[in-house]
Design a protein around this ligand. Structure first.
Ligand code: ZN
Length: 455
């Protein structure tokens, strides 16, 4: 972090677009002033400034299997056959490999316009299932990777206890994931200690799913936590998961969660794909965010989230890149909107109202929902928020003559990552003219890890 004064020809502020803006960032990385005009010592940054996006859902280790699960299997392929393949890859990763893979991934996130990541990390133990001497080791490697890349992080250690609903024994492929209440709370305490006072770090928890954690176990874990601790949980991603939950409890996963817990704004329901109309209303009203990962959900054949009904009911949404099949806020928001157009055979399905920009509506919803989901003080270029800013390349031919909502819509629907030119996190200029300041050394370590892992 460093103090800085940044001048932009155009910026998306909390109250809308403004031309000719100086943003003042204090030495602690927080914005202290946003004013019209260029102050004398301000650094002019060419381009269009927008708040950088929170990426609320990441399994960093899945980044290295991209492209290796796109070949048809002997039978019908599904989320469940993909999961078996993923377990095989997950068993290979050493702590050093995880750090190398995560650092590369976080550089790619920053270059795409993300400034923070929610790392939902469930690799705890050694490949044979024995805990490391230092049990939080894999999560500490993720934090080290985040430190190298400079991205803000909400680390969400995963509670994973069972192989299926009702406390079924874990499968052999899940042996690196499993913890009891005591060992899990020790990991949480250690990560909290490591993150105390750190301006870029927060700690939450991620009960993996109601398949992997019973409500009773989850209550035991949640009870001693500070009240603001973020809780992220996979929910209703697959039809089979809904059927299994119904068979076990008589309720669907979202119904079961809402019945068993006082679900509120500290909760993020990851996916929440398969909901009835009543569940959609109830989840929206609860205050929980829906953590949507549209390109991963498409890649895995999950289904379509009821975004039109959920947002109409006032539900908060946030986006994540999950398996990282795509790392791009623009592409995930585009996929979210397109899924609704295909479903409802309409256009501009998620725009706030007549005359409103679809890209702007989605972007601002994902900023506010994401910042709250990660408990990170970001998501707006405004005094009191952290200085997390992405800058779109106004010199790109696609943006010639475009500004305001038209520029944002062009980026989201047609531009993608190539239009992200600069990124600041806590005022630190990490991506300069499309290059991350440490990208060569981080890519070198990633390549070495990939070669080891692919053999
Ligand atoms: Zn996930």
């Amino acid at each position: 972090m460093q103090s800085a004064k940044l001048h932009f020809a155009s910026a998306l502020l909390a109250h809308g677009w403004q031309r000719d803006v100086t943003v003042t960032c204090a030495g602690n990385g927080m914005i202290t002033a946003v004013a019209g005009g260029r102050e004398g010592d301000a650094q002019h940054v060419p381009g269009i400034a927008i708040p950088a996006m929170p990426n609320i859902h990441s399994h960093a280790h899945q980044r290295f299997m991209l492209g290796l699960a796109e070949r048809a299997g002997p039978g019908a392929d599904s989320f469940w056959t993909w999961r078996e393949a993923m377990y095989g890859f997950a068993l290979k990763l050493s702590p050093e490999d995880l750090e190398a893979v995560a650092a590369q991934l976080y550089v790619e996130m920053l270059k795409a316009g993300f400034a923070a990541v929610g790392e939902f990390q469930y690799l705890h133990h050694q490949p044979d299932g024995t805990p490391y001497e230092d049990p939080p080791r894999m999560r500490l490697r993720c934090l080290a990777a985040a430190g190298r890349a400079g991205i803000a992080t909400t680390i969400l250690p995963t509670l994973y206890a069972d192989g299926g609903f009702g406390g079924q024994p874990p499968q052999p492929g899940q042996r690196r994931f499993i913890n009891g209440v005591d060992s899990f709370l020790k990991i949480f305490a250690r990560l909290s200690e490591e993150s105390k006072g750190h301006p870029l770090r927060r700690v939450g928890i991620s009960p993996h799913s109601l398949r992997a954690v019973t409500p009773d176990l989850l209550r035991e874990v949640v009870a001693p936590l500070p009240g603001e601790t973020p809780i992220h949980i996979h929910l209703a991603e697959q039809v089979k998961e809904v059927e299994d939950c119904l068979a076990h409890s008589g309720l669907r996963p979202v119904e079961l969660l809402l019945q068993e817990f006082d679900v509120s704004a500290r909760w993020t329901a990851i996916h929440a794909t398969h909901m009835t109309k009543a569940e959609t209303q109830a989840l929206a009203i609860s205050g929980a965010a829906a953590g949507l990962c549209p390109t991963t959900e498409a890649n895995l054949g999950d289904g379509i989230f009821p975004a039109v009904d959920f947002t109409k009911a006032g539900g908060a949404i946030a986006i994540g890149s999950d398996s990282h099949i795509t790392v791009s806020p623009a592409e995930d928001l585009r996929m979210l909107e397109y899924s609704q157009r295909l479903q409802h055979r309409t256009r501009n399905a998620l725009a706030a109202g007549p005359g409103q920009s679809t890209g702007r509506t989605l972007y601002e919803k994902a900023l506010s929902g994401g910042a709250r989901s990660l408990c990170q003080n970001m998501g707006a270029i405004a005094p009191g928020r952290r200085c997390d800013i992405a800058v779109l390349d106004a010199g790109n031919p696609l943006l010639a003559g475009r500004e305001g909502d038209a520029a944002l819509d062009t980026w989201i629907f047609s531009g993608g990552n190539a239009l992200v030119k600069d990124v600041f996190v806590a005022g630190r200029h990490l991506v300069k003219d499309r290059r991350h300041i440490h990208e060569d050394e981080i890519a070198r370590d990633f390549r070495a890890a990939l070669r080891r892992l692919d053999t």
